[in-house]
Each structure stands twice: as C-alpha cells, then as structure tokens.
Design a protein around this ligand. Sequence first.
Ligand code: PHE
Length: 345
Amino acid sequence: MSTLRHEQVLIRTGARSGLPVIVAVHSTTLGQAVGGCRLWHYADWRDGLADALRLSAAMTAKCAVAGLANGGGKTVVAVPQGVELDAALRRAVLDDVADTIAALDGAYATGPDVGTTPEDMAVIGERTPHVFCKPAQHGGSGDSSPATALGTLAALRAVHRRLHGSRTLAGTRLSVVGLGSVGLRLARLLADEGAELLVSDIDTTKRAASDELGATWVSPEQALTADVDILVPAALGGVLTEEVVPRLRCAAIAGPANNQLSTEAAGDLLHRRGIVWVPDYVASAGGVVNALTIELHKGTPDEARERVEAIEHTVADLLAAAGHRHVTPAQAATELAQRRLSGAE
Ligand code: PHE
C-alpha cells in the first residue's frame, strides 16, 4: 500500500483563514474515502502534508481490514507554530475545510480527529453533507472516541489470549502512553477490568485522572520502556523509533494512536526483538466502524457495538495467520487489505 499513490490531494490556502488545508484522498476503490480532520500545529505545512499522505493511506488499510465498503482519506489543517485558534479563526478554518471537502464532490467524507470535535463536524456539516460524527442533535453518531477505545480493548483481548491463553485482562500489566479522549477512556475500561496500569501524558494535569483510576503515573519515557505485558500507544504518532525499540521491555504492542511506527525499519526491529505489534490501523478501527455502521448502514447502537467488538476476531485471525505463515501481523494485515482492495476477498 504505497503512500505515494494517492488518487488525489487537494491543497488550498483557506480563503477565510489563510491556513493551509490539505485533503488527501488515498483510495476510493472500495467506496467513498473516509478519514478524520486533524487540526494541529506543524512547523511547516509540508510536515502536515506528509502526515495527511501517511494517515490517508492508513485509513484505506483500516477500512479494508475492518471489512468496510469505504476507502481512505484524511484532512490536515497545518496550523503554524505560534498561531492560536480563537473562536473566529476556528470558525473560518472549519468553513474552509468544508468548502475543500465540498469541492471533492463526494469522493471523501470527513470526521473528527486530533484537534477536532463532533461540534466542529456540525459546523462543517453546514456547508457539505460529507461529514460523520456530528452530535446526535444534528443527526450524527457523535463522539467516536468511546468506540475507538472499545475496539482497542477488543484488540488487547486478542493479544492477551494469544500470549497467555486468556482474554480477560484482570491482573495484566499494561502501559498506556497518552490520556487523551481515547487513551483515558481505554484506561478506564482497563482499570474496571482489574488490569494493572501504568499511565502517562505530556500534560501533567492528567495525573488527577490517573489517581482516580488507581493507576501508576510515570513519565512518558518510563511508560514507553516499562516492563509490561502490553504497551498501548495512545498519543500522537511516531513513538516507535529505531532508537526506542531496542529499549522496549514489553511482550506486545497494541494501541489506538495512528502512525505508531516512525520508520519501516523500526517495524523490522520490533519483529527481530520478538515483540508482537498489532498494526495501529487495525486496533484503532472502532471509531470509524461505529460511525459508518450507524450513519451509513443505519445500524442500531447494539449492531455497531458488535461490529466494534469483532475487532477481537480480526486481530486473533491476523495473529494466527502471522504465526502460521511466519510473517509479522503487520504483513498479514497488509496482505488482507490488498486482497480486499483487489476484490479477491
Ligand atoms: N478519526 C478517526 C479515525 O482515524 C475516526 C473517524 C474518521 C470517524 C472518519 C469517522 C469518520 O479513524
């Protein structure tokens, strides 16, 4: 799944905001491209473009492996360092995003992502119908984070069963890196199940939430390299670098953060160290699965939950296939995505 072969990439200077708006449509082979809108600071807009290219390709794989009839895309608004979005600028940039999506004429629909909320989706929805996860009162399925957290929990169960024969996570040591909207919800689900948790966030005000969960608060560096069963990356991407991987002490890695591997070589290194890595796009599919099941396929919340929980079977199958064929779970996932994209499965 080459990240260099996108169907189209639209880069505009927002007419109202003056900010770079980038929409990458990676693939519509399986259907309309979907992927969230990331509103984030970048030193250079080209870094935002690189993120959009990688994240949109990952969305294609995410949808294909999750069995959705959709392709992958992504929006990135590359906010320059030092520019703070006040209410007026935020409104302006969301209108610019909406116009850019509208110009793609249905090839791509957006949703929330890092830096955007369901309320922002309602604003975008004033100018284009191609938007998921508006709040319920605006006719959408709302916040996708609870479903993303639930899907990640399902992935963790599959990993734990593969390693230790049991799918319950009570007593299992996990390290959650990042307590954002998904990370915190996931940590709560894990704490409720009786897992032994280490947690961290660059924002130290999150420590109160950690205390509430009865988790052990550590620094991001300690969380990453802790001696745990499963490491759960739940912050921004690129945490698994060639410098970090040799220092890891976990048996497996599965988490909701997108783009976890900083390079392909870091992935090879993980494999050589015998650390099981569940591709981020497989573990994090719960949000998009939930939104599309409810909004596109008119499923009930129960049906959506069932489909999100099915991520456990998807991960179990990938781990089993990888084991049989002596390939990494990442290779097994790429091959499954390719089979689905070529219509073979
Ligand atoms: N941004 C989330 C993801 O990366 C969720 C999402 C995207 C939800 C698009 C709906 C539509 O998967």
